[in-house]
Ligand binder design. Structure first.
Ligand SMILES: Nc1ncnc2c1ncn2[C@@H]1O[C@H](COP(=O)(O)OP(=O)(O)OP(=O)(O)O)[C@@H](O)[C@H]1O
Ligand SMILES: [Mg+2]
Length: 254
């Protein structure tokens, strides 16, 4: 069953920029789809449509129901979106308040909400950040807390915009391991194509507001002409031949 279906979605920003031009794709329950594409391709704009933050023309369906027919709170709990800029997501005085906010709004008691929040923070290795002010965190710390604030809601679909951008190598690996252990359906926009190779079943190449190809991640990630045509490169982990330049090519030829 397709848990998310996007049909002919188009969206222009108020200044007239056409960010999406008829994008269609489907994600089956439990699968992991990567959205890949050059800067400005429309990936973040697309993700913001999946839980109703933006509303373009065309259709977005969750389990077959057009999302505008679902109660907003239910949709946002079911389709959890971690923003590209985590500071857009965190607005409370402390990290713990931020991660407790959603469960409290769902009607849990303060004790239950706090217990869940602490558990969720621990799952992303951020329990020690609980008393800190979100806007004083480093970029990587903020990203983990934003992820915890979404995981705490127990989403059925996890939508992640650049989940490892700005993380140190250990933090990147920890997030990849964490995501690999989650059974939810995942939709991940990223420039980290090695992460895609590790985590995603399928990939969708977006460019210029359109979907140019969707297929098994391994197939698309090794399709050099396709990737190059859209500003991408085969990731190091999937390159069969070394591609480092010969020393000669580093010397200017005059
Ligand atoms: N608030 C905005 N107002 C006007 N245009 C915008 C706005 N946000 C994004 N855009 C434009 O919409 C298009 C798609 O942007 P988007 O952020 O979705 O791309 P992206 O694929 O996520 O890029 P990146 O890889 O850099 O994150 C771009 O042309 C961008 O300039
Ligand atoms: Mg983006």
């Amino acid at each position: 069953m397709n848990i998310i279906e996007v049909i002919e979605l188009s969206y222009s920003y108020p200044d007239g920029t056409e960010a999406l031009r008829g994008v269609s794709f489907r994600v089956a329950e439990g699968r992991s789809l990567a959205l890949i594409g050059r800067n400005g391709a429309g990936k973040s704009t697309l993700l913001l449509h999946l839980n109703g933050i933006f509303g373009g023309s065309g259709a977005v369906r969750f389990r077959g129901t057009p999302i505008e027919e679902l109660p907003a709170a239910q949709l946002r709990a079911s389709v959890g979106l971690v923003f590209e800029d985590p500071s857009d997501q965190l607005f409370m005085p402390t990290v713990l308040d931020d991660v407790t906010f959603g469960p409290l709004n769902m009607g849990l008691t303060p004790e239950e909400a706090e217990a869940r929040a602490r558990e969720s923070l621990a799952s992303v290795g951020a329990e020690h950040l609980a008393p800190r002010a979100p806007h004083h965190l480093s970029a990587g710390q903020m990203r983990r807390v934003a992820l915890a604030s979404v995981l705490v809601m127990g989403p059925e679909v996890l939508v992640l915009d650049e989940p490892v951008a700005g993380l140190d190598p250990e933090g990147r690996e920890a997030v990849i391991e964490l995501l690999a252990g989650l059974t939810q359906t995942k939709i991940i926009a990223t420039h980290d194509l090695d992460l895609v190779a590790q985590l995603c079943d399928e990939a969708l190449v977006s460019d210029d507001g359109r979907a140019h190809a969707q297929g098994p991640a391994r197939e698309l990630l090794t399709d050099e002409p396709l990737l190059r045509a859209h500003g991408l490169r085969v990731p190091p982990s999937l390159r069969s031949l070394p591609t480092s330049p010969s020393p000669k090519s580093l010397v200017s030829e005059d």
